[in-house]
Design a protein around this ligand. Structure first.
Ligand code: ADP
Ligand code: ZN
Ligand code: ZN
Length: 740
């Protein structure tokens, strides 16, 4: 017997299957993890397949050393999915396989935790007989009595000699019991009852459930607070009833605890959570609970799409518009695409849910789409609590400045905040930046402090009183006078979360302000702690970045303030308007979710911009029409594909030469293959951020019409990237999340 094995080593040269002999008596199955000799080393590897014969001369074939784990770690459908990813994302097979197993499963660093337990071997009569026969063995009799009420961990048994004596006599037996490390959010045992569905929700559940037998793909477009989660829960309940399982993806770890707790309340031990903020032991145990079929509903961030469930019936991608579904390192997969593929494999129901679907997704729910790309649109137009959508007011900050208000709060927002606090309600203030102030610039000459290693603006952080580069982490003391003109009017500009927090404290001494951003959530469970403080009302103002925009549900929030709506509008990215629209709509949606009516104040320097005006009007359809027309005219995705290779390296000349040489090669390929006719744009140029950590960056950018053979061009570009010269790193990105 021979096994085809992929070694757990990420390198071009070993990205193929190696043949090993299966020693007699060793039970090897596809999907298993094994240890194999590899050159002078021993490596772990994945068994891909088995065969009875092999083309190599027998003396060339080395035997498998041992099986690391008895149960196959990779299920057959996931093996197939890995192969699909290998082709689709041009990644090494092993990189795809690694996504399917938490790292702690592979390295063997983490193991099941077991505890030694004692169990009674005697019946009641036998205990009595034992007591009668050994009247002087008081300790032993006492221990037998305790064990009558249930098994005990040996660590809890003080009398070691009595324990040993009873074991020797066969009166009790010792065994190892597996101890599960349960994530914090999954520990409670209160279960919540199902609310009665609203008519819209009921129709949605019925339509989705009807697709369970054969599978289907849906876009659930529901306004914020329309109760999409309840729709997911009911659909999943039906799937479990017919013996199937479910995966629910949430965009970020910030949201996973809330969703996980929600599902735990409804599905109890049937729910499991998978995300990177769990401890290694917790992740390991949750994974095994899923693998064994004990947990049938998986809630998690992006990579939970690879959870080892059998007989998948439902995949939900909540807040599908979020960029975090797209991985920004290899393999650069998109969890929505993988979900689509996995739903196909299993004939499952795929539900993409959002109040602000991405333009690309929404287009697939419009008429005229080819059947294989089509999504069925289901809409929820009403809020589940019967409350109206919150009122949104746009404040023009230019007017404020003219009136002499140089504060970061308009008179309107300050007044609303005062009222909100006086009424005993809570407020959320959203700012699209972390840190205290965004940048430091000179009012006399306009000089801006930039990182000299990265060509990006540095950010002032109050806690360390330092300027920090968010790309390389370098810090500098803030300058006292302008390095360029010597003026002392060098000031902190823009407002970050920290600055907003301080301003609130200064203007409203009675406010209890909590802050949620990357800086305050570095520690494990910090997200959850901050949010539950706010939920319990210990804080009445929550200041935060994107993290507070999504999915959070706090009934007492009466006011939402968007401190600077334009910050995300002018990024060098074709999706910046879409992002701004989504952010404002999502943040606004946090207000007025229960009895307390909601108010939203959006501050901006550009109130007429359609991204802001239509978000304020909460008119998704009008926004979609406008934005998709713009994309079509400007030849942006989803009407075209953008791909680029990023080149970086120490030596600027070498990097530029590599990019320019590839431009010529790719150009020649486009001519030969006939793809030139479908090419909108091709060029090698400095990347928008031309240096990071002292490395020069160039990009080779191509824009193609969709009718082109995109996969062929991408494969050609991957080959160019793989063949980059010494001293240059080259990486291919398809429709990248950000174009820095
Ligand atoms: P969405 O994700 O669509 O923004 P949520 O799923 O967060 O909305 O639901 C908003 C609120 O409405 C939640 O507090 C939820 O518990 C509540 N809710 C949902 N469906 C119902 C229902 N049928 N009856 C009562 N409350 C509901
Ligand atoms: Zn200056
Ligand atoms: Zn830097």
């Amino acid at each position: 017997m021979y096994a085809q094995v992929i070694v757990d080593l990420s390198a071009e040269a070993v990205d193929r299957q190696f043949t090993y002999a299966v020693p007699a008596g060793m039970d090897v199955r596809p999907g298993q993890l094994v240890e194999v000799p590899f050159g002078p080393r021993t490596l772990e590897g994945f068994v891909v397949s088995l065969s009875g014969s092999c083309d190599l001369p027998p003396e060339k074939v080395k035997p498998i050393r041992r099986v690391t784990r008895g149960e196959p770690a990779i299920l057959p459908d996931l093996m197939e999915l890995a192969e699909w990813m290998h082709a689709r994302y041009l990644c090494n097979l092993v990189d795809a396989l690694r996504l399917m197993l938490p790292s702690e499963m592979r390295s063997g660093r983490v193991r099941e935790r077991t505890e030694r337990c004692a169990r009674l071997n005697l019946t009641e009569e036998q205990i009595d007989a034992f007591a009668a026969a050994n009247p002087r063995a008081k300790k032993q009799i006492e221990l037998l009595m305790r064990l009558r009420d249930g098994d005990l961990m040996t660590a809890r048994i003080g009398e070691k000699s009595a324990l040993k004596a009873l074991v020797d006599k066969g009166a009790i037996a010792l065994y190892d019991r597996e101890h599960r490390r349960t994530p914090h959010v999954m520990r409670g045992d209160e279960s919540t009852a199902d609310p009665e569905l609203l008519p819209e929700q009921r129709r949605a559940v019925d339509q989705l459930t009807a697709a369970l037998p054969g599978g289907g793909r849906f876009l659930l477009h529901g306004v914020t607070g329309s109760g999409k989660t309840e729709v997911y829960i009911r659909l999943i309940r039906r799937a479990l009833e017919v013996g199937r399982t479910a995966i629910v993806l949430v965009p970020e770890i910030a949201l996973t605890p809330q969703m996980a707790a929600w599902f735990h309340g409804r599905f109890g031990g049937d729910a499991a959570v998978l995300h990177s903020a769990l401890s290694a032991g917790e992740r390991f145990d949750e994974w095994r609970r899923i693998r064994s079929g004990e947990a049938r509903v998986v809630i998690g961030a992006r990579s939970a799409i690879f959870a080892p469930v059998n007989n998948l019936g439902v995949i939900v991608v909540d807040e599908e518009h979020e960029t975090s579904y797209q991985s920004d390192h290899r393999p650069r997969y998109d969890a929505r695409e993988v979900a689509w593929k996995r739903a196909d494999q299993h004939g499952a129901v795929l539900v993409l849910g959002s109040a602000t679907p991405s333009i690309t997704t929404y287009m697939r729910a419009m008429p005229g789409v080819r059947p294989e790309n089509r999504l069925t649109l289901i809409e929820l137009r009403q809020r589940a609590n019967g409350r109206p959508m919150p009122e949104v007011e746009v404040v023009d900050m230019r007017g404020e400045f003219e009136r002499g208000n140089h504060s970061i709060f308009s008179a309107k927002l300050a007044g609303e905040l005062r009222r909100c606090l006086d009424d005993g309600h809570q407020a959320m203030l959203f700012i699209n930046r972390r840190g205290h102030s965004t940048f430091v610039s000179c009012r006399a000459c306009g000089y801006v402090v930039k990182c000299d290693q990265c060509d990006v603006t540095m950010t002032w952080h109050q806690a360390e009183n330092a300027l920090r580069c968010h790309y390389c982490g370098r810090t500098l003391p803030p300058p006292k006078k302008c390095p360029k003109c010597g003026s002392k009017y060098i000031k902190y500009f823009g407002a970050g979360t920290q600055k907003v927090q301080e301003e609130v404290r200064r203007l409203f001494p009675d406010a209890r302000v909590a802050r949620l951003d990357i800086d305050t959530t570095r520690e494990k469970d910090a997200h959850e702690r901050i949010l539950s403080r706010f939920k319990r009302g210990e804080a009445n103002v929550l200041v935060g970045t994107q993290m507070i925009a999504k999915g959070l549900d706090f009934p007492n929030v009466a006011l939402v303030g968007v401190v600077a709506a334009d910050l995300s509008l002018n990024l060098p990215d074709y999706r910046s308007v879409e992002r701004t629209f989504q952010l404002i709509t999502q943040v606004a949606g946090r207000a007025g979710r229960a009895e307390v009516p909601g108010r939203v104040v959006v501050q901006t320097y550009d109130p007429e911009h359609y991204g802001i005006a239509l978000a304020a009007a909460q008119d998704y359809r009008a926004f979609y029409t406008r934005e998709s027309a713009h994309r079509r005219a400007a030849l942006y995705p989803p009407f075209t594909m953008i791909a680029r290779i990023i080149y970086s390296g120490r030596d600027a000349g070498t990097v530029a030469a590599a990019a320019q040489a590839d431009e010529a090669r790719l150009g020649a390929y486009l001519d030969e293959s006939g793809a030139r006719a479908d090419t909108v744009q091709l060029g090698a140029m400095e990347a928008p951020i031309s240096m990071i950590r002292g490395d020069t960056r160039w990009q080779l950018l191509i824009k193609l019409y969709f009718k082109a053979d995109l996969e062929a061009v991408a494969a050609r570009m991957q080959a160019l990237a793989d063949a980059a010269p010494d001293g240059v790193r080259a990486e291919l990105e398809i429709n990248p999340n950000s174009m820095i």
